[in-house]
Design a protein around this ligand. Structure first.
Ligand SMILES: [Zn+2]
Length: 270
């Protein structure tokens, strides 16, 4: 059994502020990166206990150089650095049996700790075939094009609930309860890690119940920007269509092709 983990930082226990997510945060960031590494280790322990033979983790936040390789479970392989063609899902392929999301967060506009969708400065909303999508849903669709199911997610209560609308049989680990966008009630760290470990094990034991998520084809991705100037820039992406003042549309035969256009749109918008 081969497991692919995509690890973000906003949904890690103890994290509630941008300073904890960026090198400019100094000691605050150091603490969050260490806990991110520990929560990846906890998930990996659960997967190995349930029969995994290989675990690869893709560092999926910001610079994508957050996880401490020195502190990583020696059975886990790290994929780090940026840019990467598939971003948070780089490294996924059809040889994996399952995908897990550690430290994920709510989509922009939702109540939830540090809620945003891919690019906080650009994106108001991303819609897949007309439905608002979190990073978890977007990345589940990338896994879907490789026919790999997403079996596990950890984060706050908002993303743990939201992902079940798309993936009803996913196993989640809620490590904190959002109080506002910048505050949360956290599990003690040892309890959070124990919960992640036991839920990850349960998730792999439940893999047969998990469905691959493949959005209906052809796939439409709408990017709604914060303002029309950003959409002006994004609309210069070849093969995309301006829908209204703030919205640019990518349409493609499958999700991966539409996602490549989305990434180009975001890059140009910035
Ligand atoms: Zn992030």
């Amino acid at each position: 059994m081969r497991i692919f983990i995509s690890a973000d930082i906003e949904g890690i226990t103890g994290v509630v502020h941008g300073e904890q997510c960026s090198p400019s945060g100094g000691a605050e960031y150091t603490r969050a990166r260490l806990q991110m590494t520990k929560e990846v280790n906890a998930a990996a322990r659960g997967f190995f206990a349930a029969g995994a033979t290989q675990v690869v983790v893709n560092d999926s936040h910001g610079s994508m150089r957050n996880i401490y390789i020195e502190e990583l479970d020696p059975r886990v392989q790290l994929l780090s650095g940026s840019p990467k063609h598939l971003s948070m899902m780089e490294g996924i392929n059809a040889d994996f049996d399952a995908v897990a999301f550690v430290g994920y967060h709510a989509k922009n506009g939702d109540f939830g700790v540090l809620s945003h969708t891919i690019s906080g400065g650009t994106v108001h909303e991303i819609l897949i075939n007309g439905e608002a999508a979190s990073e978890a849903v977007i990345n589940a669709a990338i896994a879907g094009d490789f026919k790999v199911p997403v079996i596990f997610l950890s984060g706050d209560q908002v993303i743990c609930e939201d992902i079940k609308k798309t993936l009803p049989n996913i196993t989640t680990a809620q490590v904190k309860e959002a109080v506002t966008r910048y505050s949360a009630l956290h599990l003690p760290l040892e309890k959070a890690e124990a919960l992640i470990e036991s839920q990850a094990q349960k998730a792999l034991e439940n893999i047969e119940a998990c469905q691959v998520y493949i959005p209906q084809r052809p796939v439409t991705i709408d990017m709604v920007c914060h303002n029309s100037g950003l959409a002006d820039n994004a609309s210069r992406t070849p093969g995309t269509k301006r829908i209204d003042g703030k919205t640019v549309r990518a349409e493609a035969p499958n999700f991966l092709e539409a996602f490549k256009l989305l990434r180009a749109m975001i890059a140009l918008a910035n």
